[in-house]
Design a protein around this ligand. Structure first.
Ligand code: ADP
Ligand code: MG
Length: 366
């Protein structure tokens, strides 16, 4: 997998400009979600990145390789569409092997890779099935397996979950996010579905009037205050509320740490306390416009310094030990931040102390 760099991309359709400004990076192994209403240019952008249509300006780069004018077949990019586009006359294994066969991979190697990706999507043993026998959810996962089989450097998903009923939609959303992150796939996922967008990726962008830009939350939605280390101790207790053994809430009293409380101005309720520690991070700054925090990815569970105590901790607090509250808060931290208008700034990094992966998250306050 590689990182994608999109620089000042411009794309027209039928002589009309559709994308006028798109500059963003998709860090290696992460999913960037781009949300925009119907007709905003999501498919246009995906098609241009895949090389299915030409661009009018700008560059596309996969790691060091510029691909702006490279033919589609040589870009090593995978695609997943809303309607799956499985071949009805081929069984599951042959569908999944399709891209590999076209690349000239030997039958025996294909078989190995096909069972690998079927296992990845939770459908091992489905190889002999006819495509027509698959449920909607199974067909979606086979389409994903097929596009992952040739190990594309980048995977593009164009509204992959459209047209599914609510419960299937939510289950598949979870499955798809899990597969993308366990396989460390570098992906762009476009959707018009705001809720889906908030849950699907580590970076959230939007298309508005032809411009692709980070999705942000308005300042008025949050009260962000810098608080002292002593205050954070009290605030943490307040967030945990009664029923939790607050005396056990330990706190790393690092003098270089910066602490912020984030509260909802409507209710006054504190929704998060974010503490971060200079010794772990070189470029932690508050410039008055951005709130920075770290969130551990749900796939990297384990012990480590919790950086935020979150709503989930409050809700779960009553019957759980403090350790469990911390662990759960940490596991949901990234989801929480993304659901509240933060976006990630990079591919994540390993925490010096714990060896766990973290992501920087930023809330634009402008
Ligand atoms: P989305 O995927 O966000 O719904 P599209 O990328 O499909 O949006 O379309 C963006 C704009 O480009 C729309 O105004 C659409 O009418 C126009 N468009 C899409 N495909 C073509 C085409 N093949 N020829 C001309 N215009 C097109
Ligand atoms: Mg579209």
């Amino acid at each position: 997998m590689s990182s994608l760099y999109v620089d000042e991309l411009r794309i027209a359709r039928g002589g009309h400009p559709v994308i006028t400004e798109a500059s963003f990076n998709v860090p290696h192994g992460t999913t960037t979600v781009i949300v925009g209403p119907s007709g905003s240019g999501k498919s246009t952008l995906i098609s241009a990145i895949a090389g299915l249509i030409n661009v009018n300006g700008g560059t596309l780069q996969l790691d060091a390789r510029e691909i702006t004018n490279v033919p589609t077949a040589q870009r090593n990019i995978g695609l997943v569409f809303q309607d799956n586009q499985l071949f009805p006359h081929l069984n599951v294994a042959d569908n999944v092997a399709y891209g590999l066969r076209r690349k000239g991979v030997r039958r025996s190697d294909c078989d190995v890779r096909v069972s690998e990706v079927l296992q990845l999507v939770g459908l091992e043993g489905f190889g002999e099935r006819a495509v027509g026998e698959l449920s909607g959810g199974e067909a979606k996962r086979i389409a994903l397996a097929r596009s992952l089989a040739p190990a594309p450097e980048l995977l593009l998903l164009d509204e992959p979950l459209n047209g599914l009923d609510d419960s299937l939609h939510d289950r598949l959303l979870h499955d798809l996010v899990t597969v993308l992150s366990t396989s460390q796939t570098t992906a762009i996922w476009v959707t018009h579905h705001r809720k889906e967008a908030e849950r699907a990726g580590t970076q959230l962008l939007r298309i508005h009037d032809g411009v692709v830009s980070p999705e942000s939350t308005k300042r008025s939605q949050w009260n962000v205050q810098i608080v002292s280390a002593d205050d954070t101790f009290d605030l943490r207790r307040q967030v945990l509320r009664d029923g939790t053994r607050t005396a056990d809430v330990n706190f790393d009293g690092d003098e270089t740490a910066i602490h912020l409380s984030v509260s909802d101005p409507a209710s006054g309720e504190i929704i998060a306390i974010s503490s971060w520690f200079q010794r772990n991070r070189q470029h932690q700054t508050i410039n008055g416009l951005q709130l920075r925090g770290m969130a551990s990815h749900p796939n990297y569970r384990g012990q480590g310094a919790a950086q935020a105590l979150l709503r989930s901790g409050i809700e779960l607090g009553r019957s759980l030990s403090v350790d469990e509250v911390w662990a759960r808060a940490r596991d949901t931290a990234l989801d929480f931040y993304l659901a509240h208008g933060f976006h990630t700034t990079g591919p994540g990094y390993l925490d010096d102390n714990t060896g766990l992966a973290h992501h920087d998250v930023v809330l634009s306050l402008r």
